[in-house]
Design a protein around this ligand. Structure first.
Ligand SMILES: Cc1cc2nc3c(=O)[nH]c(=O)nc-3n(C[C@H](O)[C@H](O)[C@H](O)COP(=O)(O)OP(=O)(O)OC[C@H]3O[C@@H](n4cnc5c(N)ncnc54)[C@H](O)[C@@H]3O)c2cc1C
Length: 387
Protein backbone atom coordinates (compact mmCIF):
# COMPACT_ATOMS: atom_id res chain seq x y z
CA UNK A 1 0.00 0.00 0.00
CA UNK A 2 1.24 3.46 -0.86
CA UNK A 3 0.48 6.18 1.69
CA UNK A 4 2.68 8.80 0.05
CA UNK A 5 1.12 11.98 -1.30
CA UNK A 6 1.51 12.56 -5.04
CA UNK A 7 4.21 14.97 -6.35
CA UNK A 8 1.38 17.45 -7.14
CA UNK A 9 0.11 17.26 -3.56
CA UNK A 10 3.64 17.70 -2.21
CA UNK A 11 4.10 20.75 -4.45
CA UNK A 12 0.83 22.08 -3.05
CA UNK A 13 2.16 21.42 0.47
CA UNK A 14 5.22 23.58 -0.24
CA UNK A 15 2.97 26.31 -1.59
CA UNK A 16 0.74 26.24 1.52
CA UNK A 17 3.76 26.12 3.83
CA UNK A 18 5.28 29.16 2.19
CA UNK A 19 2.00 31.06 2.30
CA UNK A 20 1.47 30.24 5.97
CA UNK A 21 4.99 31.34 6.88
CA UNK A 22 4.28 34.77 5.36
CA UNK A 23 0.70 35.11 6.62
CA UNK A 24 0.66 33.48 10.04
CA UNK A 25 -2.17 35.27 11.88
CA UNK A 26 -0.50 34.99 15.31
CA UNK A 27 -2.48 34.30 18.46
CA UNK A 28 -6.21 35.07 18.49
CA UNK A 29 -7.37 37.78 20.90
CA UNK A 30 -8.95 36.41 24.10
CA UNK A 31 -11.53 35.51 25.14
CA UNK A 32 -12.76 33.05 22.55
CA UNK A 33 -16.13 34.21 21.18
CA UNK A 34 -15.63 37.91 21.99
CA UNK A 35 -16.31 40.51 19.25
CA UNK A 36 -12.54 41.10 18.85
CA UNK A 37 -11.93 37.35 18.53
CA UNK A 38 -14.76 36.96 16.02
CA UNK A 39 -13.48 39.75 13.82
CA UNK A 40 -9.96 38.31 13.97
CA UNK A 41 -11.24 34.81 13.13
CA UNK A 42 -13.35 36.06 10.22
CA UNK A 43 -10.46 38.12 8.83
CA UNK A 44 -8.17 35.11 8.98
CA UNK A 45 -10.62 32.86 7.13
CA UNK A 46 -11.26 35.60 4.57
CA UNK A 47 -7.52 35.93 3.97
CA UNK A 48 -7.26 32.19 3.30
CA UNK A 49 -10.27 32.38 0.98
CA UNK A 50 -8.83 35.33 -0.96
CA UNK A 51 -5.56 33.43 -1.35
CA UNK A 52 -7.49 30.54 -2.96
CA UNK A 53 -7.12 27.96 -0.18
CA UNK A 54 -10.80 27.45 0.63
CA UNK A 55 -13.57 25.76 -1.34
CA UNK A 56 -11.15 23.31 -2.95
CA UNK A 57 -13.07 21.19 -5.45
CA UNK A 58 -16.32 23.12 -4.93
CA UNK A 59 -18.07 24.34 -8.09
CA UNK A 60 -16.83 27.78 -9.14
CA UNK A 61 -20.41 29.11 -9.13
CA UNK A 62 -20.47 28.59 -5.35
CA UNK A 63 -17.13 30.27 -4.71
CA UNK A 64 -15.02 27.15 -5.13
CA UNK A 65 -11.62 26.74 -6.74
CA UNK A 66 -9.99 23.84 -8.49
CA UNK A 67 -8.50 21.41 -6.01
CA UNK A 68 -8.72 17.93 -4.59
CA UNK A 69 -9.72 16.35 -1.33
CA UNK A 70 -6.10 15.36 -0.69
CA UNK A 71 -5.09 19.00 -1.08
CA UNK A 72 -7.71 19.85 1.53
CA UNK A 73 -6.04 17.32 3.82
CA UNK A 74 -2.61 18.79 3.06
CA UNK A 75 -3.92 22.27 3.93
CA UNK A 76 -5.25 21.02 7.29
CA UNK A 77 -1.99 19.18 8.03
CA UNK A 78 0.04 22.29 7.32
CA UNK A 79 -2.24 24.52 9.37
CA UNK A 80 -1.91 22.19 12.35
CA UNK A 81 1.84 22.01 11.84
CA UNK A 82 2.06 25.83 11.76
CA UNK A 83 -0.16 25.95 14.89
CA UNK A 84 -2.75 28.09 13.16
CA UNK A 85 -6.26 27.85 14.68
CA UNK A 86 -8.99 26.11 12.68
CA UNK A 87 -11.38 28.30 10.69
CA UNK A 88 -14.34 29.90 12.45
CA UNK A 89 -16.58 28.83 9.58
CA UNK A 90 -15.61 25.18 9.61
CA UNK A 91 -19.03 23.90 10.71
CA UNK A 92 -20.49 25.58 7.67
CA UNK A 93 -17.67 24.54 5.34
CA UNK A 94 -17.13 20.98 6.49
CA UNK A 95 -20.56 19.90 7.78
CA UNK A 96 -23.38 21.93 6.28
CA UNK A 97 -21.90 22.59 2.83
CA UNK A 98 -21.55 18.90 1.80
CA UNK A 99 -25.14 18.31 2.97
CA UNK A 100 -26.40 21.39 1.12
CA UNK A 101 -24.59 20.37 -2.06
CA UNK A 102 -26.27 16.97 -1.89
CA UNK A 103 -29.79 17.92 -0.80
CA UNK A 104 -30.16 21.72 -1.08
CA UNK A 105 -32.09 23.61 -3.76
CA UNK A 106 -30.16 25.60 -6.35
CA UNK A 107 -31.33 28.81 -4.67
CA UNK A 108 -30.04 27.62 -1.27
CA UNK A 109 -26.66 26.73 -2.76
CA UNK A 110 -26.43 30.13 -4.47
CA UNK A 111 -27.44 31.95 -1.30
CA UNK A 112 -25.35 30.20 1.32
CA UNK A 113 -22.26 28.46 -0.05
CA UNK A 114 -20.10 31.44 -1.00
CA UNK A 115 -20.78 33.40 2.24
CA UNK A 116 -19.78 30.23 4.15
CA UNK A 117 -16.37 30.24 2.47
CA UNK A 118 -15.87 33.99 2.91
CA UNK A 119 -16.80 33.85 6.62
CA UNK A 120 -19.59 36.32 5.91
CA UNK A 121 -22.07 33.94 7.51
CA UNK A 122 -21.13 31.72 10.44
CA UNK A 123 -23.22 28.62 11.13
CA UNK A 124 -24.01 26.57 14.19
CA UNK A 125 -25.45 23.08 14.53
CA UNK A 126 -28.82 22.76 16.29
CA UNK A 127 -29.17 19.02 16.86
CA UNK A 128 -28.86 18.09 20.57
CA UNK A 129 -31.64 18.75 23.07
CA UNK A 130 -31.79 18.25 26.85
CA UNK A 131 -33.49 14.87 26.29
CA UNK A 132 -32.07 14.02 22.89
CA UNK A 133 -28.30 13.71 22.67
CA UNK A 134 -27.21 10.16 21.92
CA UNK A 135 -30.81 9.30 21.13
CA UNK A 136 -31.03 12.25 18.76
CA UNK A 137 -34.09 10.96 16.92
CA UNK A 138 -36.15 11.61 20.09
CA UNK A 139 -35.80 15.35 19.54
CA UNK A 140 -38.88 17.39 20.39
CA UNK A 141 -38.32 20.86 18.98
CA UNK A 142 -41.45 21.28 16.84
CA UNK A 143 -42.00 23.04 13.52
CA UNK A 144 -45.63 23.53 12.52
CA UNK A 145 -46.70 24.69 9.09
CA UNK A 146 -48.35 28.10 8.91
CA UNK A 147 -48.93 29.34 5.35
CA UNK A 148 -45.54 29.87 3.71
CA UNK A 149 -43.70 29.45 7.01
CA UNK A 150 -42.91 27.00 9.77
CA UNK A 151 -43.35 28.10 13.38
CA UNK A 152 -40.55 26.64 15.51
CA UNK A 153 -40.82 26.03 19.27
CA UNK A 154 -38.39 24.18 21.51
CA UNK A 155 -34.91 24.08 23.00
CA UNK A 156 -31.49 22.97 21.80
CA UNK A 157 -28.41 22.52 23.96
CA UNK A 158 -24.61 22.36 23.57
CA UNK A 159 -24.94 24.54 20.45
CA UNK A 160 -21.29 25.41 19.77
CA UNK A 161 -20.80 28.97 18.56
CA UNK A 162 -24.52 29.88 18.73
CA UNK A 163 -23.56 33.09 20.56
CA UNK A 164 -21.86 34.44 17.43
CA UNK A 165 -23.46 32.38 14.63
CA UNK A 166 -25.59 34.08 11.98
CA UNK A 167 -27.44 30.92 10.95
CA UNK A 168 -28.26 27.50 12.33
CA UNK A 169 -28.87 24.15 10.64
CA UNK A 170 -31.65 22.89 12.83
CA UNK A 171 -33.35 19.53 13.26
CA UNK A 172 -37.06 19.80 14.07
CA UNK A 173 -40.02 17.46 14.41
CA UNK A 174 -42.53 18.11 11.65
CA UNK A 175 -44.66 14.96 12.01
CA UNK A 176 -45.21 14.01 15.66
CA UNK A 177 -47.36 11.00 14.66
CA UNK A 178 -44.76 9.33 12.43
CA UNK A 179 -42.15 6.85 13.78
CA UNK A 180 -39.46 9.02 15.37
CA UNK A 181 -36.85 8.85 12.58
CA UNK A 182 -39.44 9.65 9.91
CA UNK A 183 -40.99 12.82 11.35
CA UNK A 184 -37.88 15.02 11.38
CA UNK A 185 -36.98 17.86 9.00
CA UNK A 186 -33.83 19.88 8.44
CA UNK A 187 -34.22 23.68 8.50
CA UNK A 188 -32.09 26.76 8.02
CA UNK A 189 -32.81 29.29 10.78
CA UNK A 190 -31.63 32.88 10.95
CA UNK A 191 -30.23 33.31 14.48
CA UNK A 192 -31.35 36.97 14.49
CA UNK A 193 -35.02 35.93 14.07
CA UNK A 194 -37.41 37.19 16.77
CA UNK A 195 -37.91 34.43 19.36
CA UNK A 196 -34.35 33.01 19.29
CA UNK A 197 -32.56 33.28 22.66
CA UNK A 198 -29.00 32.10 23.25
CA UNK A 199 -27.57 31.47 26.73
CA UNK A 200 -23.86 30.57 27.02
CA UNK A 201 -22.81 27.52 29.07
CA UNK A 202 -19.44 27.53 30.82
CA UNK A 203 -17.34 24.39 30.37
CA UNK A 204 -14.80 22.87 32.75
CA UNK A 205 -12.02 24.54 30.70
CA UNK A 206 -13.38 27.90 31.93
CA UNK A 207 -14.35 28.92 28.38
CA UNK A 208 -17.96 29.27 27.23
CA UNK A 209 -17.96 27.99 23.65
CA UNK A 210 -21.36 26.33 23.63
CA UNK A 211 -24.89 27.36 24.55
CA UNK A 212 -28.51 26.66 25.32
CA UNK A 213 -30.63 27.90 22.42
CA UNK A 214 -34.35 28.58 22.81
CA UNK A 215 -36.90 28.91 19.99
CA UNK A 216 -40.14 30.65 20.93
CA UNK A 217 -42.59 30.94 18.02
CA UNK A 218 -39.76 31.51 15.55
CA UNK A 219 -41.05 32.06 12.02
CA UNK A 220 -38.98 30.23 9.36
CA UNK A 221 -39.83 30.45 5.64
CA UNK A 222 -40.63 27.10 4.02
CA UNK A 223 -37.95 27.86 1.43
CA UNK A 224 -35.48 27.22 4.29
CA UNK A 225 -36.27 23.49 4.33
CA UNK A 226 -33.23 21.45 3.24
CA UNK A 227 -34.19 18.32 1.30
CA UNK A 228 -37.57 16.69 1.74
CA UNK A 229 -40.08 17.30 4.51
CA UNK A 230 -39.84 14.54 7.17
CA UNK A 231 -36.65 13.12 5.59
CA UNK A 232 -34.37 15.34 7.70
CA UNK A 233 -32.99 12.45 9.74
CA UNK A 234 -31.43 10.88 6.68
CA UNK A 235 -29.93 14.22 5.57
CA UNK A 236 -28.66 14.86 9.11
CA UNK A 237 -26.76 11.59 9.26
CA UNK A 238 -24.78 12.76 6.20
CA UNK A 239 -23.75 15.85 8.18
CA UNK A 240 -22.81 13.67 11.16
CA UNK A 241 -20.48 11.42 9.19
CA UNK A 242 -18.64 14.53 7.96
CA UNK A 243 -18.51 15.80 11.57
CA UNK A 244 -16.72 12.61 12.65
CA UNK A 245 -14.13 13.12 9.94
CA UNK A 246 -13.71 16.73 11.08
CA UNK A 247 -13.15 15.72 14.71
CA UNK A 248 -10.64 12.96 13.95
CA UNK A 249 -7.81 14.99 12.50
CA UNK A 250 -4.73 12.75 12.63
CA UNK A 251 -2.40 15.73 12.09
CA UNK A 252 -3.61 17.07 15.45
CA UNK A 253 -2.89 13.71 17.10
CA UNK A 254 0.62 13.66 15.64
CA UNK A 255 1.32 17.18 16.91
CA UNK A 256 0.00 16.30 20.39
CA UNK A 257 2.34 13.31 20.40
CA UNK A 258 5.39 15.31 19.23
CA UNK A 259 4.77 18.01 21.84
CA UNK A 260 4.31 15.41 24.58
CA UNK A 261 7.57 13.77 23.47
CA UNK A 262 9.36 17.12 23.79
CA UNK A 263 8.17 17.28 27.40
CA UNK A 264 9.54 13.77 28.02
CA UNK A 265 12.96 14.85 26.80
CA UNK A 266 13.53 17.69 29.21
CA UNK A 267 13.45 18.72 32.89
CA UNK A 268 10.83 17.08 35.07
CA UNK A 269 9.52 15.12 32.06
CA UNK A 270 12.92 13.56 31.44
CA UNK A 271 13.04 12.33 35.04
CA UNK A 272 9.57 10.80 34.66
CA UNK A 273 10.44 9.27 31.29
CA UNK A 274 13.49 7.53 32.77
CA UNK A 275 11.06 5.13 34.45
CA UNK A 276 10.49 2.00 32.30
CA UNK A 277 6.71 2.06 32.72
CA UNK A 278 6.54 5.64 31.41
CA UNK A 279 8.82 4.84 28.46
CA UNK A 280 6.60 1.90 27.55
CA UNK A 281 3.54 4.08 27.81
CA UNK A 282 5.06 6.64 25.43
CA UNK A 283 6.13 3.92 22.97
CA UNK A 284 2.58 2.55 23.06
CA UNK A 285 1.19 6.03 22.32
CA UNK A 286 3.54 6.29 19.33
CA UNK A 287 2.11 3.03 17.94
CA UNK A 288 -1.42 4.29 18.50
CA UNK A 289 -0.62 7.62 16.82
CA UNK A 290 0.50 5.69 13.73
CA UNK A 291 -2.72 3.64 13.82
CA UNK A 292 -4.77 6.85 14.06
CA UNK A 293 -2.99 8.13 10.95
CA UNK A 294 -3.77 4.93 9.04
CA UNK A 295 -7.43 5.03 10.11
CA UNK A 296 -7.56 8.61 8.87
CA UNK A 297 -6.12 7.56 5.50
CA UNK A 298 -8.61 4.71 5.23
CA UNK A 299 -11.45 7.15 5.79
CA UNK A 300 -9.91 9.52 3.26
CA UNK A 301 -9.81 6.69 0.71
CA UNK A 302 -13.56 6.15 1.20
CA UNK A 303 -14.18 9.82 0.54
CA UNK A 304 -11.82 9.85 -2.47
CA UNK A 305 -13.93 7.06 -3.97
CA UNK A 306 -16.93 9.36 -3.69
CA UNK A 307 -18.58 7.40 -0.86
CA UNK A 308 -19.93 8.87 2.37
CA UNK A 309 -17.80 7.65 5.30
CA UNK A 310 -19.75 4.95 7.16
CA UNK A 311 -18.69 2.86 10.18
CA UNK A 312 -15.04 3.56 9.33
CA UNK A 313 -15.69 7.20 10.32
CA UNK A 314 -16.97 5.92 13.69
CA UNK A 315 -13.88 3.75 14.21
CA UNK A 316 -11.64 6.71 13.43
CA UNK A 317 -13.58 9.20 15.59
CA UNK A 318 -13.67 6.84 18.56
CA UNK A 319 -10.00 5.93 18.31
CA UNK A 320 -8.54 9.38 17.62
CA UNK A 321 -10.52 11.41 20.14
CA UNK A 322 -9.77 8.95 22.96
CA UNK A 323 -6.11 8.83 21.95
CA UNK A 324 -5.80 12.64 21.95
CA UNK A 325 -7.16 12.69 25.49
CA UNK A 326 -4.72 9.97 26.61
CA UNK A 327 -1.73 11.79 25.09
CA UNK A 328 -2.68 15.00 26.92
CA UNK A 329 -3.12 13.01 30.14
CA UNK A 330 0.36 11.52 29.71
CA UNK A 331 1.78 15.02 29.25
CA UNK A 332 0.30 15.97 32.63
CA UNK A 333 1.80 12.83 34.19
CA UNK A 334 5.21 13.81 32.81
CA UNK A 335 4.97 17.17 34.57
CA UNK A 336 4.68 15.50 37.96
CA UNK A 337 3.85 18.09 40.64
CA UNK A 338 3.82 20.91 38.03
CA UNK A 339 0.58 19.42 36.70
CA UNK A 340 -1.13 20.82 39.79
CA UNK A 341 -0.42 24.41 38.68
CA UNK A 342 -2.97 26.45 36.74
CA UNK A 343 -2.53 29.10 34.04
CA UNK A 344 -2.13 31.88 36.62
CA UNK A 345 1.13 30.42 37.99
CA UNK A 346 4.45 31.63 36.59
CA UNK A 347 5.76 28.05 36.95
CA UNK A 348 3.00 26.44 34.89
CA UNK A 349 4.32 24.36 31.96
CA UNK A 350 3.52 25.52 28.39
CA UNK A 351 1.23 28.30 29.70
CA UNK A 352 -1.24 25.69 30.93
CA UNK A 353 -2.02 24.50 27.40
CA UNK A 354 -1.92 20.82 28.43
CA UNK A 355 -4.46 21.33 31.21
CA UNK A 356 -6.78 23.05 28.76
CA UNK A 357 -6.31 20.41 26.06
CA UNK A 358 -6.75 17.54 28.51
CA UNK A 359 -10.21 18.90 29.35
CA UNK A 360 -11.09 20.04 25.84
CA UNK A 361 -10.17 16.70 24.25
CA UNK A 362 -12.53 14.97 26.68
CA UNK A 363 -15.32 17.13 25.24
CA UNK A 364 -14.51 15.82 21.78
CA UNK A 365 -14.81 12.22 23.03
CA UNK A 366 -18.45 13.18 23.76
CA UNK A 367 -19.26 15.68 20.97
CA UNK A 368 -20.20 14.31 17.54
CA UNK A 369 -21.53 11.14 19.21
CA UNK A 370 -19.97 9.59 22.32
CA UNK A 371 -17.54 6.68 22.27
CA UNK A 372 -20.30 4.32 23.44
CA UNK A 373 -22.51 5.38 20.54
CA UNK A 374 -19.66 4.93 18.05
CA UNK A 375 -19.18 1.40 19.44
CA UNK A 376 -22.89 0.69 18.94
CA UNK A 377 -22.62 1.85 15.31
CA UNK A 378 -19.54 -0.31 14.72
CA UNK A 379 -21.20 -3.34 16.35
CA UNK A 380 -24.41 -3.00 14.34
CA UNK A 381 -23.33 -1.60 10.98
CA UNK A 382 -19.79 -2.89 10.56
CA UNK A 383 -20.09 -6.22 12.40
CA UNK A 384 -23.77 -6.99 11.81
CA UNK A 385 -24.38 -7.74 15.51
CA UNK A 386 -27.99 -7.63 16.78
CA UNK A 387 -29.26 -4.37 18.35
C1 LIG B 1 -17.53 20.05 23.08
C2 LIG B 1 -18.91 19.70 22.62
C3 LIG B 1 -19.48 20.39 21.56
C4 LIG B 1 -20.77 20.09 21.13
N1 LIG B 1 -21.31 20.82 20.12
C5 LIG B 1 -22.57 20.56 19.71
C6 LIG B 1 -23.18 21.36 18.69
O1 LIG B 1 -22.59 22.30 18.17
N2 LIG B 1 -24.45 21.08 18.33
C7 LIG B 1 -25.16 20.04 18.88
O2 LIG B 1 -26.29 19.82 18.48
N3 LIG B 1 -24.62 19.27 19.87
C8 LIG B 1 -23.35 19.51 20.29
N4 LIG B 1 -22.78 18.76 21.29
C9 LIG B 1 -23.61 17.74 21.94
C10 LIG B 1 -23.19 16.31 21.68
O3 LIG B 1 -23.52 15.91 20.38
C11 LIG B 1 -23.86 15.46 22.77
O4 LIG B 1 -23.29 15.83 24.00
C12 LIG B 1 -23.65 13.99 22.54
O5 LIG B 1 -24.33 13.55 21.41
C13 LIG B 1 -24.12 13.17 23.78
O6 LIG B 1 -25.41 13.51 24.16
P1 LIG B 1 -25.75 13.91 25.66
O7 LIG B 1 -24.77 14.93 26.11
O8 LIG B 1 -27.19 14.24 25.74
O9 LIG B 1 -25.45 12.59 26.52
P2 LIG B 1 -26.44 11.32 26.72
O10 LIG B 1 -27.01 10.93 25.41
O11 LIG B 1 -27.39 11.69 27.82
O12 LIG B 1 -25.44 10.23 27.21
C14 LIG B 1 -25.00 10.10 28.56
C15 LIG B 1 -24.11 8.86 28.65
O13 LIG B 1 -24.88 7.67 28.32
C16 LIG B 1 -24.24 6.95 27.27
N5 LIG B 1 -25.27 6.38 26.38
C17 LIG B 1 -26.39 7.00 25.94
N6 LIG B 1 -27.08 6.16 25.13
C18 LIG B 1 -26.39 5.00 25.06
C19 LIG B 1 -26.59 3.76 24.37
N7 LIG B 1 -27.64 3.56 23.57
N8 LIG B 1 -25.65 2.79 24.51
C20 LIG B 1 -24.56 2.98 25.31
N9 LIG B 1 -24.33 4.14 25.99
C21 LIG B 1 -25.22 5.13 25.87
C22 LIG B 1 -23.42 8.00 26.52
O14 LIG B 1 -22.34 7.40 25.81
C23 LIG B 1 -22.94 8.90 27.66
O15 LIG B 1 -21.81 8.34 28.26
C24 LIG B 1 -21.50 19.05 21.75
C25 LIG B 1 -20.93 18.35 22.82
C26 LIG B 1 -19.66 18.67 23.26
C27 LIG B 1 -19.09 17.90 24.41
Amino acid sequence: MDFEFSPEDEAYRQDVRQWLSGHHPGKPPAPHGSPAWLQWAKNWQRQAYDAGYLGLGWPEAYGGVEGTLTQQVVLTQEMVRARVPGFVGQMGMRMLAPTLMRYGTEEQKQTYLKPILKAEQIWCQGYSEPNAGSDLASLQTRAEEDGDDFIVNGQKIWTSGAHYADLCFLLVRTDPDAPKHRGISYLIVDMKSPGVTVRPLRQMTGAATFNETFFDHVRVPKTNLIGELNRGWYHATTTLSYERTLLANSARTELFFEDMLDLARQGQGQRAASHPSMRQKIAQLKIETEIAKLLFYRNLTTELRGDIPGPEASIMKLYSTELNHRICGTALELMGPYAALWQDSKYVVDEGAWHYEHMFTLGLVIGGGTSQIQKNIIAERALGLPK
